[in-house]
Design a binder for this molecule. Structure first.
Ligand code: ARG
Ligand code: GLU
Length: 734
C-alpha cells in the first residue's frame, strides 16, 4: 500500500520542512531525500480544530509556513477569526479592521438584485459606496463567526446501545444533542449547535456569533462579476471577476445587534492581509470556508443510482424549465431582473450534474469504488470483523428498495417545489390546510402569518406569463416519467394544455392581490376558498402523494441507509487505518489545502494555471447577454493601466488549484503559505465537478479569482480608493 509508505515517511518528518524541494510536477523531495507524490496528500476538507499532526505536516510538505495554531486557535487570534459564514450558503472573509467583507458576486447577487430596478440597475451597472453613509442595509441577511469547536461525541452517545432500533437511537441522539447545546458555556449573544461528522460517528459542538446588520458596499457590473455567465459556469479557462463586498455592523460594544443607523463598523479579531505578489504553479494554497455537502463514501451502488437514475431525471426537468425561462428573459428586461437570481441557481446545478455524470464515467469512479469494496470485504473476512460483513449486501438491497421513491421524490422536488412556481405556492396552501387539520385555529394562524410574511417576496419576482408554459411542460413530464405509483389520479390521461389554460385563467394564486384575497378571513373561509381554486385543487393531489406516500417511505428507508452508511464509514476507517479519511462536508468550517496546478483535461491537452485580462478581450462580444465588456474596462486594457496590480505588464484574472471544494465554498478565501489573501474561490472545473463523490487530484480543480484583479477593479475601474485604503496590502515574496 502506497499510503502506508507515505505515512511511515510522514512520521519521520516531524522536523521542519524548510528544505522541501520541488522535483517533477507532482512530487516533492523531503528533507530526508524521500520523494512524496503530492497528489496523495491533497483532497479532503478538514476540521480546523484538529489540524495538528497529519494535516499540519502535509500542509508544510506542500509549502505552507503556517502552524496549525496560526489557522485555528481559541485563545489567540488566528485565521479562523476572519472567516465568516455568509448568509447560510456562502463563505466570506474580513479584509479590513473595519469589518469589510469580501465574498462572491453570485453570493451577494440576491442582495444586489433586491436594491435594483430597471432605472437603477446595480446588477447591470454595479454599485460602489464611497462612504459608510452610502452603504445599503439588507434586512434579512446574516453572517456567522465560529468562536469555538469542541468534541462532544461521548455526551451525544450517552445511553445509546447497539441493540436499540434506529428510530429510538436517532431520538435519543437528538435529545442528547439538545441537552449538550443547552448546557454549553457561552455568552448570551452566542449560539451553540452540534453537528454530526463521519456519518454520525463523531459529534462536534460549535459556538457561534451571528451578526444581522450587514450592508452592501460594492459590486462590479455583471459584465465583470458574472462575465461568461452560464456558458462559462463550471468551466476553465475562466475570466469572471466574481466578487462583491459587504460590511458587518455591530453595536457600540462591538456585539451583534439588529440593524440600527447607530451601529458602527465591526472590529474583527483578525482580518486577512492581501498579497500583491500573486501565485505561480506549485505555490501552496489553502481554502478556508463552509463547504455544504459531499458524498465521498457512498458505495458503488449509491453512486450508480445518482449517476444513472436521479441525475438524468433532474437534468431533464431543469433543462425544459430553463429553456422556457431563458426565452422570456431575453425578450423582456423586467423579466430578466425578476428571474435573474432564480434562473442562475437552477442553471447552476443543472450544469453541475451534467459535468458530474461525465466525470464519474470518465474517471471510472464506480469501478474504483467496487475495487475498494472488494478489498474491504476481503479484509473483513480475513480478520473476521463480524460487524461489517453484511454492509455491502445491505447497501445493495436498500438502494434497490429506495430507488423508485427517491426518483419520485426528486421529480416532486424539481417540478412541484423548485421549478413550477404556482405549484410551490399551492404547497404553502397545502401546508396551511394541514396545519389546520392537525392543530386547529392556532396552528392555522401561525402558519398563515408565516406565509403572509413571505408573500410579497414570493410574488415580487413572479410572472404568471413565464410560469404558465413551465407548468404545462413540467407537469406533463412528471406524469410521463415519475414512477407510476406516485402519479396522482388527476395527472393521468389529461390534456395538459387545456388543463394549464383553465388553471392560469381562473386561479387567484397567480397574483399577489389574488393570493391575499384567498388568505383573508377565518380558517374555514380560507380553506374553502383554497379548495375552490383550480390550481390549489390540482396541486393538492400531488402534494398529498408526496406527503402520504413519498416522504414517509423515503424517510423510513433513508434512516436505514444512514445506519448502514454510518457503520460502513466506521468499517472503512478500521479496515484501512492508514488511509486519509476526512468527514463529508456538512456546512461547517473546513480547511482544504493544495497547490496551484494546471491539468490535462484530455490526452495531449494541458490547461495552464492562470488567465489574464487579454482573455476577457478574446471572449468579448459587444452587446452580448453573457460576454459584453464595459467600455471602461476596455479602455484600461488598451492603456495597460493596471497600477500596482499587474504581473509583468499583464493583468491576471483567475487561477486554479487542487483544493477540494464544493458548493458553500463560494466566496472562500484562497490563502498563501503565510496567511495572506491571494484569491477568492468561486467555482470548479467541468471535468472535476464529480469531486463531491470522487475527488481526483489529477483533474479536480477549484477556480479562484486573483485578488489583484479584485483590487484592480475596485481601484482602477470603480475608483473606490476609500476601500483600498482600509486594507493591508503586503509583499510576502519580496
Ligand atoms: N458554479 C458556481 C457555484 O456553484 C458559480 C455559480 C454562479 N451561478 C451561475 N449560474 N453562473 O456557485
Ligand atoms: N460556486 C459554488 C458555490 O456557490 C462553489 C463552487 C463549487 O461548488 O465548487 O458555493
Amino acid at each position: 500500500m502506497r499510503y502506508i509508505k507515505l505515512y511511515v515517511l510522514l512520521g519521520l518528518l516531524l522536523i521542519s520542512c524548510k528544505t522541501v524541494q520541488e522535483t517533477a510536477t507532482n512530487t516533492i523531495r523531503t528533507p530526508k531525500q524521500q520523494i512524496v507524490d503530492t497528489r496523495e496528500i491533497q483532497g479532503g476538507m478538514w476540521i480546523p480544530s484538529l489540524l495538528e499532526g497529519m494535516n499540519e505536516q502535509e500542509m508544510q510538505l506542500l509549502g505552507s509556513k503556517m502552524t496549525a495554531k496560526d489557522i485555528y486557535d481559541v485563545n489567540n487570534s488566528s485565521l479562523k477569526d476572519a472567516i465568516v459564514h455568509f448568509n447560510g450558503g456562502c463563505t466570506s472573509e474580513i479584509i479590513s479592521p473595519n469589518g469589510l467583507l469580501l465574498t462572491n458576486h453570485h453570493c451577494g447577487y440576491g442582495a444586489i438584485q433586491s436594491h435594483s430596478s430597471v432605472e437603477n440597475d446595480y446588477l447591470k451597472d454595479g454599485f460602489w459606496a464611497m462612504s459608510y453613509e452610502e452603504e445599503l442595509a439588507n434586512p434579512s441577511m446574516s453572517v456567522t463567526f465560529i468562536k469555538r469547536i469542541d468534541d462532544v461525541t461521548s455526551q451525544v452517545f450517552e445511553g445509546v446501545t447497539d441493540d436499540m432500533d434506529e428510530v429510538s437511537k436517532s431520538k435519543l441522539i437528538d435529545q442528547n444533542i439538545n441537552k449538550v447545546a443547552k448546557a454549553t458555556q457561552k455568552e448570551e449573544w452566542q449560539d451553540a449547535n452540534v453537528k454530526s461528522f463521519y456519518k454520525g460517528n463523531q459529534y462536534l459542538l460549535f459556538v457561534t456569533e451571528t451578526f444581522n446588520d450587514v450592508r452592501l458596499v460594492g459590486a462590479p457590473p455583471s459584465s465583470i462579476g458574472k462575465f461568461g455567465a452560464d456558458t462559462d459556469n463550471w468551466m476553465w479557462p475562466r475570466h469572471t471577476g466574481d466578487f462583491s463586498m459587504f460590511r458587518i455592523y455591530a453595536d457600540a460594544n462591538n456585539k451583534p445587534a439588529a440593524y440600527s443607523k447607530d451601529n458602527v463598523p465591526y472590529k474583527p479579531n483578525h482580518y486577512l492581509p492581501i498579497s500583491l505578489d500573486g501565485v505561480e504553479e506549485g505555490d501552496f494554497t489553502l481554502v478556508f470556508g463552509f463547504p455544504g455537502r459531499t458524498n465521498e463514501y457512498l458505495p458503488a451502488v449509491g453512486v450508480d443510482q445518482i449517476v444513472n437514475v436521479l441525475n438524468p431525471a433532474k437534468i431533464e426537468v431543469r433543462e425544459e424549465a430553463l429553456k422556457i425561462v431563458d426565452s422570456y428573459m431575453r425578450k423582456d428586461p423586467e423579466i430578466k431582473i425578476k428571474y435573474a437570481s432564480k434562473y442562475a441557481s437552477i442553471a447552476n446545478y443543472w450544469k453541475k450534474w451534467i459535468g458530474e455524470n461525465q466525470g464519474i464515467e470518465k474517471s471510472n469512479a464506480i469501478e474504483k469504488k467496487k475495487e475498494l469494496e472488494s478489498e474491504f470485504s476481503k479484509i473483513v473476512e480475513e480478520k473476521d470483523l463480524a460487524g461489517y460483513k453484511t454492509l455491502l449486501s445491505d447497501f445493495e438491497k436498500l438502494y434497490k428498495e429506495i430507488e423508485s421513491v427517491s426518483l419520485a421524490r426528486d421529480y416532486w422536488i424539481e417540478v412541484a417545489y423548485r421549478n413550477v412556481e404556482l405549484l410551490a405556492i399551492t404547497f404553502r396552501g397545502f401546508q396551511l390546510e394541514q396545519a389546520y387539520l392537525r392543530g386547529g385555529e392556532p396552528a392555522f394562524e401561525n402558519a398563515k402569518q408565516s406565509i403572509l410574511g413571505r408573500l410579497e417576496g414570493m410574488y415580487k419576482n413572479y410572472s404568471a406569463v413565464v410560469d404558465k408554459p413551465v407548468f404545462e411542460k413540467l407537469v406533463g413530464l412528471y406524469a410521463a416519467k415519475a414512477p407510476k405509483e406516485y402519479v396522482p389520479q388527476n395527472m393521468q390521461g389529461v390534456d395538459f394544455s387545456k388543463l394549464t389554460d383553465e388553471i392560469y385563467a381562473t386561479s387567484k394564486l397567480t397574483s399577489l392581490e389574488g393570493a391575499k384575497e384567498v388568505l383573508s378571513g377565518s380558517a374555514e373561509e380560507v380553506i374553502k376558498k383554497l379548495n375552490e381554486d383550480k390550481a390549489y385543487v390540482f396541486g393538492k393531489e400531488l402534494h398529498t402523494v408526496f406527503y402520504n406516500k413519498i416522504e414517509p417511505k423515503f424517510q423510513e428507508l433513508n434512516l436505514q441507509l444512514e445506519a448502514v452508511q454510518k457503520q460502513y464509514m466506521k468499517g472503512l476507517m478500521e479496515v484501512f487505518p492508514t488511509k486519509r479519511f476526512f468527514p463529508d462536508a456538512n456546512s461547517t468550517l473546513r480547511v482544504t489545502y493544495g497547490q496551484v496546478r494546471g491539468y490535462e483535461p484530455r490526452d495531449g491537452m494541458y490547461y495552464g494555471t492562470t488567465t489574464y485580462l487579454k482573455g476577457v478581450m478574446e471572449k468579448y462580444v459587444p452587446g452580448d447577454y453573457e460576454f459584453d465588456v464595459p467600455q471602461k474596462l476596455i479602455d484600461l486594457y488598451n492603456a495597460k493601466d493596471y497600477g500596482q496590480y499587474a504581473e509583468n505588464g499583464k493583468m491576471p484574472v483567475c487561477f486554479i488549484g487542487t483544493n477540494h471544494t464544493t458548493g458553500g465554498n463560494s466566496g472562500s478565501p484562497a490563502i498563501d503559505a503565510y496567511g495572506n489573501l491571494i484569491g477568492l474561490n468561486f467555482d470548479r472545473v467541468w471535468e472535476g465537478t464529480m469531486s463531491d463523490m470522487n475527488y481526483d487530484p489529477d483533474i479536480c480543480r477549484n477556480i479562484m479569482v486573483d485578488v489583484r484583479y479584485v483590487l484592480f477593479i475596485i481601484d482602477k475601474y470603480a475608483g473606490a480608493s476609500n476601500l483600498i485604503n482600509e486594507m493591508t496590502l503586503v509583499h510576502p515574496k519580496k
